[in-house]
Design a protein around this ligand. Structure first.
Ligand code: SER
Length: 338
């Protein structure tokens, strides 16, 4: 008898780390995780981990012979800054990897005549504001507005959303065999900030980097202007969003793709909050014009009212709670230990 599992790709990344911890709290969940890298030690006992590549179809063949995959959280991706250095590789991982996982989900659904849930984290990077004037004027963008990304990562994510939508609604629409039932659900995240991990290769990284540097007593040269503004949310809220969307009754969902967010801050406002808690923090602004241009193309805020209406999305941590209750105490504790 094959074992029923939840499959998580990109498991060693920041979202994977937090999601595995939360899913493992429910003893009924059996987790199968994948990543190019080994898992951080603290989550190793919580899952069966396979070290491998989302582009390795032979590996998927072996997995499906052993497991029945009911739900997929497809988190593996190269983030926005890193993708600009290796755009073809980003396409392979972010697009072809997503296609492989969707095909795997389609096969599982066909063999077992049941829906397979596919959770896909997309990003604020799918938006592209043409200039700062538009960014200031169209402050909180809705899902269908300004879908003109300027990064490879943004292009890859918006196409991943389209692929998921296609697999969910039209895949093999002219074929006569058993229909495929993929229950594709997607959230577009703002910049994410964890108290326990740091991102690598993103462009919203200035937020978490500034806070973690201050807590370690290290100077930080911020790579965007003081007035650069994008929305953020905490990692526990990101995990809540994925789990709440996964748990929502299908008939309540009027869209497949939802914005989710919590608070919008400029880099200068993050610096000010950091100084409240770490008065000796040394933050300077030394914009990297190319990374700055990417942040300028991302909206100042996201309108997540459809998620709030359809599946009751509501972040646990607004800006004050994010800093006072989650980030600052946990980050202090983290660096006290090391
Ligand atoms: N945090 C991501 C990045 O900066 C955006 O989704 O690439």
């Amino acid at each position: 008898m094959r074992k029923h599992v939840i499959l998580i790709t990109g498991a060693s990344g920041e979202v994977g780390h937090a999601l595995i911890r939360r899913l493992a709290e429910d003893g009924n969940n059996r987790l199968l995780t994948m990543d190019l890298h080994a898992l951080p030690e603290d989550i190793r006992p919580l899952t069966t981990h396979v070290q491998g590549d989302v582009l390795d179809s032979g590996l998927f063949g072996r997995l499906v012979s052993e497991y029945e995959i009911d739900t997929i959280f497809h988190l593996a991706a190269l983030l926005s800054t890193r993708s600009e250095f290796t755009p073809e590789m980003a396409h392979q991982v972010n697009v072809e990897g997503t296609l492989s996982l969707l095909k795997l989900a389609a096969e599982q659904s066909q063999w077992r005549s049941r829906p397979i849930q596919f959770l896909f984290p997309s990003s604020i990077a799918i938006y592209g504001m043409p200039d700062l004037e538009s960014k200031n004027l169209y402050n909180r963008v809705r899902e269908w507005e300004w879908n003109q990304p300027r990064t490879m990562y943004g292009c890859n994510k918006v196409y991943g959303e389209m692929l998921g939508t296609y697999f969910s609604k039209h895949y093999r629409q002219l074929a006569t065999e058993q229909p495929v039932n993929i229950d594709f659900r997607c959230v577009r995240f703002p910049g994410l900030i964890s108290a326990y991990t740091l991102p690598s290769g993103g462009t919203s990284d200035f937020g978490p980097e500034m806070i973690h540097a201050a807590a370690q007593g290290q100077p930080y040269a911020c790579f965007v202007r003081e007035d650069a503004r994008i929305p953020f949310m905490t990692m526990p809220d990101a995990v809540d969003a994925l789990l709440a969307l996964s748990a929502a009754p299908r008939e309540k969902l009027t869209r497949l793709i939802y914005n989710v967010t919590s608070f919008s801050l400029s880099a200068g406002e993050i610096r000010n909050r950091v100084l409240t808690d770490f008065p000796n923090a040394h933050v300077t602004f030394e914009p990297d014009l190319k990374r700055q241009a990417i942040i300028d193309s991302w909206p100042a805020d996201l309108d997540d009212s459809v998620a709030r209406r359809d599946w009751g999305w509501h972040p646990r941590y607004g800006v004050d709670a994010a800093f006072d209750d989650y980030l600052i105490p946990n980050i202090r504790e983290r660096y006290r230990k090391t």
